[in-house]
Design a protein around this ligand. Structure first.
Ligand code: NDP
Length: 349
């Protein structure tokens, strides 16, 4: 059995959802009330692989909302209590979605093995980052040529290169072969370490990297205040918006700049669930975050272990394995709308 731990994208949206599910007192409650509310197992589903294999899963709402991010103790408790509920519900492998994996890693919750009387078994959880990294790489591979971008000669900037997903994307792109890797993050030392381990890549500030890049992979949570000078970007430019929240389409909107939601996959058939309605997916019955899909894939494959865990541990072998499983069980990486992308013959060289 697989599990997904998620949350609403805002307090307001969470209240609307609570009302629609019949939780009137929550819908009317203030943020303090929500801070003390326990996690809820809101939905159970059955999912059928393209191979015919059927698995069962459950969605747990952590009752966390981004407005709680600054309330550190609350955020931490929300994630741990949701994990406790997943474990108590007998779920074999659960993905930490949205902010929950970021809170887990940033607040070093590995130290918090015990929640109430329950000892958390880390083997039952995955961040889902291996599949997310693989999907983002597929999105680069598939969509860049559609814009007339030759990856073998292209400059690819990875914003968040020293992070868990970013470093995996860099290793994959290096093996694939691109013109040049531009490595972007705020702290220099992790970038220098990455550059040394890759044996290539140029470290740049974001402002210097953007005008050079044919492709930009965003795998960092970016401040709302970030502004992009779209006039200085190369055209065409492919931007894969892999961070959370996904807020690049408005910031980088310009002719010739193509923004694709990164780390999103589409299943081969409708799932018949409600949970993605709130995640602003274009096709909520089929589309989902790749990290959620990783829990399904691990369950389909019978791999009940913390496949993606800790920081900067993602190997190319693990990406290849989860990528092959993704295709086998009927997932497809989200692509640019063919109607919006120019045909390669029309795109500038
Ligand atoms: P990590 O914390 O491991 O890495 C974050 C990286 O971003 C680091 O390199 C960090 O380096 C860099 N960074 C952070 N802030 C900035 C900034 N303002 N400007 C430039 N670089 C920055 O995170 P993960 O790799 O686990 O996740 C990366 C992103 O992907 C997150 O936003 C996460 O929510 C998202 N994600 C999306 C998924 C999906 O859509 N399917 C699934 C899982 C995660 P430094 O601190 O030195 O700047």
């Amino acid at each position: 059995m697989f599990g997904l731990i998620g949350h609403s994208t805002s307090f307001e949206e969470a209240r609307v959802k609570a009302r629609s599910l019949g939780y009137g007192e929550f819908a009317d409650g203030d943020l303090d009330m929500w801070c003390s509310a326990p996690p809820q197992l809101v939905e159970r589903v059955q999912v059928t692989s393209r191979t015919g294999k059927v698995i069962e899963g459950a969605y747990i709402d952590s009752v966390f909302v981004p407005e709680m991010l600054r309330r550190f103790k609350t955020a931490k408790r929300k994630v741990l209590k949701a994990m406790e509920l997943a474990q108590k519900s007998g779920i074999d492998i659960t993905a930490l979605g949205g902010f929950t994996s970021i809170i887990f890693e940033d607040m070093n919750l590995l130290r918090e093995e015990r929640v109430s009387a329950v000892e958390l078994d880390w083997q039952r959880f995955t961040t889902g980052n291996t599949h997310t990294a693989w999907v983002i790489c597929q999105q680069v591979e598939t969509n860049a040529p559609r814009l007339g971008i030759d990856l073998a000669r292209a400059k690819v900037a990875v914003v968040g290169a020293s992070g868990d997903i970013g470093s995996a994307v860099c290793r994959w792109l290096q093996r694939r072969g691109v013109g040049e890797l531009l490595l972007v993050a705020r702290r220099p030392q992790p970038l220098i370490d990455l550059q040394e381990s890759l044996g290539e890549g140029r470290i740049l500030d974001l402002a210097d990297a953007l005008p050079e890049a044919d492709v930009v992979v965003w795998v960092a949570s970016l401040p709302q205040s970030l502004q992009i000078d779209t006039g200085s970007l190369r055209k065409p430019c492919l931007m894969i918006d892999g961070g959370y929240p996904k807020n690049l389409d408005s910031k980088a909107a310009a002719p010739g700049v193509h923004v694709l939601k990164g780390g999103i996959v589409e299943f081969w058939q409708d799932i018949g669930w409600q949970m993605m309605e709130v995640a602003e997916m274009a096709k909520p019955q089929r589309q989902m975050f790749a990290c959620f899909a990783e829990a399904m894939l691990l369950d389909f494959e019978g791999i009940h272990t913390n496949f993606s865990w800790g920081r900067n541990n993602i190997t190319l072998d693990a990406m290849d394995l989860i990528g092959a499983a993704s295709l086998r069980h009927g997932f497809r990486s989200l692509e640019l709308d063919p109607a919006l992308a120019p045909s390669p013959s029309l795109a500038p060289a």
